[in-house]
Design a protein around this ligand. Sequence first.
Ligand SMILES: Nc1ncnc2c1ncn2[C@@H]1O[C@H](COP(=O)(O)OP(=O)(O)OP(=O)(O)O)[C@@H](O)[C@H]1O
Length: 904
Amino acid sequence: MKVALKPQQGYAKRLASQVAVLLKKNAVTTLRGANSPVLRIGAAFGFILIIFLVDIALQADMADNEQYKNVFDPEVRSMDSIPDCSEDLYLKDSEGEPCYNLLYAPKGDVFVKEVVDHVIASTGSKPSRFMGMDTSAEIDAWMDQHKERAQAAVFLDVEVVGGKPVGIDYDLQTNSSVRYFKNEFQSPNFFSQVPVQVAVEREGAKMLARHKFGSLSAEADISWSVGISSFAHPPMVIESRIPEFAAPFLYAVGMFNFVATLIALVTERQTGQRQGMRNAGMLESSFWISWYLWEVVTNFMTSSFIVLFGMMFQFRIFLKNNYGLTFFLFFLFQMTMTSLAFIFFAFMRRPQAAVSIGFFVYFLGYIMIAVVVSGWPYDGSYENGLNYVFYMILSIFPWNLLAKGLTDFGDATATKESPGLRWGERSSYCVTEDFTSVRFIPGTYIKPNCSMPLDEIFKWLTVEMFVFMLLAVYLDNIVPNEYNNYRPFYYFLDPSYWLTRGWNARDHFSGIVAEKATSDAAGRSASARNEDVVQEENELVDKLRRIVSGQEGLGNASETQEGTAMSVFGMKKTYSSPLNPCGAKFKAVKGVWLSVDEGQIFCLLGPNGAGKTTLINCLTGVLKATSGDALMYGYSVKHELDKIRTFLGVCPQFDTLWDTLSGREHLEIFATLKGMSREEAKVEAEQKLEMVQLSKDADKPVGQYSGGMRRRVSVAISLISDPSVIFLDEPTTGLDPVTRRHMWTVIQEAAKGRVIILTTHSMEEADILGNRIAILSKGELHCIGSSVRLKSSFGSGYKLLVQLDKGRMRQDPTHKEEVIAKLNPAIGFMPIDQSNDTITYSLNHEDSEVAQEVLEKVEQYKEELGLQGLQLNLSTLEEVFLNVARGQTNAVVLNNSTGLLQEE
Ligand SMILES: Nc1ncnc2c1ncn2[C@@H]1O[C@H](COP(=O)(O)OP(=O)(O)OP(=O)(O)O)[C@@H](O)[C@H]1O
């Protein structure tokens, strides 16, 4: 018996056809799904619109300021009074602590006192707002202790000659805090300094005049009034502030793609779709390349649209800078973010987490961008000491490079006259020299004190894009996946990863034989187990011994040897937590030995949690078995999974379908993954759809299918490309009785010349379909054999139902006893039940010939005893199942009671 290994396409051809079909799948699922590119482009438009609106709002806000207005006749502000300190934003009276308009010194100087008194009188200020001190040092000390409590301070040094003041030397101190209130920036000069200065100078000059000329002389009567106004001026041009705030918004567009990519990838993992495609022979490289190419397409579109929308809204950074430069900055940024999303994908199990990750990354980036737009560390001194370290570290994060690029674009188009950046200037415009040493050339933008020009940004982003991508693939290999499968961190250094190495079947199988001997010695004795199970094990151990001794080959395509189609040798699976491999372990499959011949349907039954799905997953290579192996048509699951997958069909327990793809599209994708050409895939899909009676609904999206219809698609997928070994994990769950019966016919047809391993909870299904049936419980096989064999071994064998005449029973109450007394010695059995008008005999574990004999004997009494009916029934499979399951429960109880509960 040989499996016809499908002629393998060359690697390049296989990769090309898989990438093409997966790219199409990515495009179709994304276009029809919630994360469609239309939505991504919509996000680009939305964010550009927000930037536009924020810019308009800021410009409107600025337009209120005087410098942005046309001022023909500027208002003159009188400086003749000093504002009260309580008018100030900061200097307020607070409990017990008044604020002061003016502190002055020295307070003991009569001339100083005279000046201050006149300042108070002439400006109409409250005297309590003035406080004198002895020295200017005392004023400084007081100010130091009383923050924001005085508007100004003055130290007057009056020169006295002959008892008369002849000159004044004074120092004025004012509060220099710039205040924004009453809708404008309050200049400390105009608000308090000039009025105080005017008043002190005026009253000082008057005091000197009074003492020189006498208070009543005309010369002493000085008129002094000061007013201040700005020049008449045209409005200042309001420059767009886009470069200052656009970076976080445009970064948000990139984040939108980041989250969408992450959701799409993690969803494929969570729903088992990725594993389903692997089972069909998908190459890992096809998976990555197809997703990456799709992201190239999407990011190309969104980047183009960002620039086009920017131009549409007349943003100078998009209009005046070279299109290629702006496009490349966004495109490379988005591609690098895609690679970063792939890195996060290695650690994520649930798509819902993508949004939280997105928020976290955005927040982190937002803070960093705020630093970068301020100029540091991409300035002229970037190579100095610690600066270089930060320069390198910050450049690892793609959003910082985006922010730097956008800042340069903004600076290059800061005013209407700014020339913008041309493609050829992408490196030369950014120079480390400062303003003073740069030679500016008209019509060319030069940025002094600058490092990391756009050319450098492009190089950084390109390198990061590839490095992140490689890192993502590496992490995908070494981080435990949803099935806890992972490679060692040094896997790529192991030559066997790159070269298809032969494996030593003798060593491999002698190890399994040795392990069996050890576990037999330590575990339950063979006598405690069902004889058929033990016999199956022994035959398989013998087979292994023959293989090890070289008496028998593996029976694969390279050999002519006959053999069973599938043999499972001591398969074990122990689950442990990926986060705590040394912690508690759970033995889900405890060493299963079984064989299946070609043309057989092998039914695996067992209660929930028995380990059926785990066993199937180990056999299909989804899970790595902890120990043991299986040969399928002579190929080892452990060592030759790639070859096995060419003739394997799998219908998983849960449908792993894309809601947005139709049944036909699913089948075409899987047929192509299996190596069929486009035309062949179309024909195959049509045929399989017809087989599972889905032709009518073939083009509806699977999301609109009923549970039963989805199940049929999964079965159809498992039958694609004529597989030799087919695993069906509960294939008929959710099917109505009519469809179920049709599916049974499909399965029976499919079994011809193949091997089908089927798990089910329907005993009827197992009874009808199963050529051999095994019952698994708590990870161990408890029986194996044909349905009849199991019924006779584990059921109560044949039952004979004898129906009495109701009339005779009414007339003669002892009639039942009379019948029993006659029949018991004749047939040699005691009744197990005699309720109502029926007597039931159990013909325990007898074969059908004995049952027939008993029936014939009873028939001889039929007339004499007036028997109404005789029925010979074999126990049902359900009875067998319950007996095995109960037997298991009892075994545990028994062991419990003896305190010898074995490790489960
Ligand atoms: N990833 C896992 N980690 C730990 N334990 C697991 C894991 N997957 C399954 N198990 C446990 O292994 C046992 C066997 O599970 P499995 O899914 O193989 O049972 P099953 O026979 O297919 O059940 P059902 O009929 O309900 O599908 C169960 O006790 C289950 O809880």
